[in-house]
Design a protein around this ligand. Structure first.
Ligand code: C2E
Ligand code: CA
Ligand code: CA
Length: 750
């Protein structure tokens, strides 16, 4: 028997009948209302049920008149419904005129349906008695869709407003739970090893969460998910159904989350505590949330990668350059008598090994060396790789004597050859040692002295060690001399700018050029910026170089214009220190107005160190420069302290992925993951993504596949004098390069 059927009419109780409409105009109007109208008497029995209500609930008028109104609400609420109404009548809650709220009701088929309900009272019928009535507007597909869209917008906003990704995930879960009463939801991650972990599941019972955590999916599971995302249900529910039920969960909807590169990156699951069959709305929510869950996960993964990269070297797992500075600083700051040694270790002839045996073997070689260094070190030593073949070890509680003993043991340990690709390689190290506090008050000078000692030792004898000495202090003095030479050259106009083309690979045209400083000293010869920019920074000349290169670059682009050579934009490198100067935006504004150059033809490149020292002034200066209409580019992205959230906060127009990632792109999954993530995020934030250091066709193709916008590198051209660049453009050498690349591809394909 249908449990919802009307009770049999008996003669001894006067049945409740429908309100008599003949004498009441307002009832006749309600009959025709487009909203469902349900009127009940003081015993909560239905006395009026208009055609719109019939359509919403699927009951006919005859089926509900005289029955308790609880037959219209979800079965889980039925038992308490009378007392709920009683309370509301007494307090007047839910009867504030004009307010409506969203409620769930249950239709004849037993499905849950959402509606917007408002309640009021009226004097009706021939006796003008007070009746309660509910107006119910069915919630349409459209309003469901709007809810999901609202949630999506909230999520994107939260991400760009710098909210922690974990918190964004929690927000998604909480919101979704509010969409369907009595549910809990979870965003579950799937890592590279196919292991599940919970990114967010604030309402999920702990034991259930624990059961899901660390579950490893089989290849079969993955294949099934690949074919049908909703197969996720069987993974996060079927295997744990009885546990779920024992914890009060009775139903589950789930869908796998696919990242943009097609990988399954997680599962979104919604569990219900109701035992009853629900509408298909929960399934629609789950499916609707999957796209932005994918964005949430992508951001999470990128954040993980970048924080790992910010402190660790992906090849050896040692700390990286940035992190070692922090560590040394904290050791110096440690109270008490505190002596320690810093070792700068360079592998002799690493370049040759890399060149002859190839990049992959070069990496394997470095890894083997790293393992030996680790094997020789005590657990409290701090190990780092600061650059290609350069390692730094910090040895706590060490004086010169102990340090020398350790250096000797390292050299001895390296005598055993390392086998790489069938070759037995003997490792020879150059080790420079500096001691705190003798050799300097801070990390900069300790590392600097260790490096100078290491260079001396490599010059004097391969395979040895040197302790920082007065001779090295002389080297430091040389730097000062270089500083004064630089000052002189700058004054005499002996510095000049070279320009390197940047190619827009979306349409194979010139995107712009980067201006790079060159210093040709009459007696010292060509000095590269990697050397003199540091000197300029140490000797307080970096701002002078910055303003000079801005002026020079702007002049240059105007000269090209005059020659009928169109260079869309010129990018100038500015150092972090320069951004602390509040006059910088004013200087640029004047430069632009004096030269009448359109602002978008100038790009300013900043490095992550600008963000490291982020303060109010820096932010203001950046914003003011951007407000001029000048483009702002984040250079060397991925090498420093970048957090994605900072990226979104700065008014950037462009991100340049650091050369080190491109170098490793073909072999290093980590470099690929970061590149992919940065390209994705840059695209979403509306920034142009530039990659530099592109040297091979293979790298170019990979980057194009990943959706990179602009590339720069030796493959296209080295930095050139203005005249050479002019020729390069006139002779359309870009097309020549593209043609050659095409031939190379065909040759490989053939
Ligand atoms: P950067 O801004 O990252 O510049 C790119 C560097 O990569 C340039 O080195 C460029 O010559 C080099 N490069 C470009 N394509 C390739 C390639 O395919 N392969 C390889 N191996 N290298 C490539 P450069 O000119 O020696 O400049 C080194 C750094 O010095 C620059 O790095 C920049 O940080 C700094 N610098 C250069 N000029 C200036 C300047 O005027 N002001 C400031 N503050 N810094 C400058
Ligand atoms: Ca640059
Ligand atoms: Ca760069």
């Amino acid at each position: 028997m249908n449990p919802h059927a009307a009770p049999p009419v008996t003669d001894d109780i006067k049945p409740t009948t429908k309100l008599d409409m003949t004498a009441d105009v307002s009832l006749q109007l309600l009959e025709q209302a487009t909203d469902g109208v349900v009127i009940i008497n003081e015993r909560n029995e239905v006395v009026f049920f208009n055609p719109a209500a019939e359509k919403l609930w699927g009951f006919t008028e005859d089926e509900v008149i005289g029955r308790n109104v609880s037959c219209l609400v979800p079965s889980v609420y039925r038992a308490d419904h009378d007392s709920y109404i009683y309370k509301n009548r007494k307090t007047g809650v839910n009867r504030i005129v004009g307010t409506s709220r969203e409620v769930t009701f249950e239709n004849k088929a037993g499905d849950y349906i959402s509606g917007e309900m408002s309640i009021s009272t009226a004097l009706l019928g021939p006796e003008k008695k007070r009746y309660y009535m509910a107006f119910m507007k069915g919630v349409t597909e459209e309003s469901h869709r709007r809810k999901l869209l609202d949630l999506q917008n909230t999520v994107f906003q939260a991400i760009s407003n710098d909210m922690q990704v974990e918190d964004v995930a929690d927000l998604v879960c909480r919101e979704v739970e509010s969409f369907v009463p009595n549910t809990v939801s979870a965003i579950i991650l799937l890592d590279e090893n196919n292991r599940l972990s919970i990114l967010s599941g604030p309402g999920l019972p702990r034991r259930y969460a624990a059961a899901l955590e660390n579950m490893v999916l089989t290849e079969g599971d993955l294949a099934a998910l690949g074919n049908d995302l909703s197969e996720a249900n069987s993974i996060v529910w079927d295997s744990y159904r009885s546990l779920g039920i024992s914890l009060g969960l009775h139903n589950c909807w789930a869908s796998a989350i696919k990242s943009r590169n097609g990988r399954i990156s997680g599962i979104f699951a919604l569990y219900s505590r109701n035992q009853y069959k629900l509408s298909d709305w929960p399934q629609k929510i789950v499916t609707g949330c999957v796209p932005f869950c994918s964005v949430v996960i992508e951001n999470y993964e990128a954040q993980q990668h970048i924080s790992q990269l910010a402190n660790h070297d992906s090849l050896t797992g040692f700390l990286n350059r940035t992190a070692i500075h922090t560590v040394i600083k904290s050791m110096i700051d440690r109270p008490g008598d505190n002596e320690f040694a810093v070792f700068m270790i360079d592998v002799d002839r690493f370049r040759d090994i890399n060149d002859t045996l190839g990049h992959q073997n070069g990496d394997a070689f470095l890894k083997a060396i790293a393992e030996r260094l680790k094997g020789m070190s005590r657990s409290n030593y701090i190990l780092s790789r600061s650059g290609g073949d350069e390692f730094v070890i910090v040895m706590p509680d060490s004086d010169e004597e102990k340090a020398v003993a350790f250096a000797e043991s390292l050299i001895k340990a390296m005598q055993e050859p390392i086998e790489i690709a069938g070759n037995l390689l003997v490792v020879s190290l150059g080790i420079g040692i500096s001691i705190f506090p003798e050799n300097g008050p801070d990390g900069e000078s300790l590392l600097g002295h260790a490096e100078i000692a290491m260079r001396r030792c490599k010059k004097e004898a391969r395979g040895g060690y040197c302790v920082s000495s007065t001779a090295d202090n002389r080297a430091a003095q040389d730097r000062l001399l270089l500083g004064s030479a630089l000052r002189e050259s700058l004054a005499q106009g002996l510095l000049n700018l070279h320009y390197q083309p940047q190619i827009d690979v979306r349409n194979n045209t010139l995107y712009g050029v980067e201006a790079l400083s060159r210093w040709n000293h009459p007696t010292l010869g060509n000095i590269y910026p990697s050397r003199f920019i540091a000197v300029a920074e140490e000797t307080g000349q970096i701002e002078a170089i910055g303003t000079w290169s801005l002026e020079r670059a702007v002049q240059q682009i105007l000269e090209w214009d005059a020659h009928g050579i169109y260079v869309p934009t010129v990018a100038v490198n500015l150092s972090a220190g320069h951004f602390r100067n509040r006059n910088l935006p004013g200087f640029i504004a004047r430069l632009l107005s004096d030269s009448k150059l359109e602002p978008h033809r100038l790009t300013v490149e900043i490095t992550e160190s600008v963000m490291m020292t982020e303060n109010e002034d820096t932010n203001m200066v950046l914003q003011a420069i951007r407000n001029l209409g000048v483009a702002l580019s984040m250079d060397d992205f991925g090498t420093g302290y970048s957090s994605l959230s900072r990226l979104t906060r700065l008014p950037l127009t462009e991100i340049k992925i650091d050369r080190s990632f491109i170098m490793n792109l073909e072999h290093d999954a980590n470099a690929q993951a970061v590149t992919t993530a940065v390209i994705g995020i840059g695209g979403r934030l509306g920034m142009t993504v530039v990659t530099e250091g592109v040297e091979t066709v293979r790298q170019l193709d990979l980057l194009c596949q990943l959706g990179c916008d602009v590339v720069q590198g030796y493959l296209f051209a080295r930095p050139m004098t203005p005249q050479k660049l002019e020729e390069w453009i006139r002779e359309d050498r870009l097309q020549a390069v593209l043609q050659k690349a095409l031939e190379e591809r065909t040759a490989i394909g053939a």
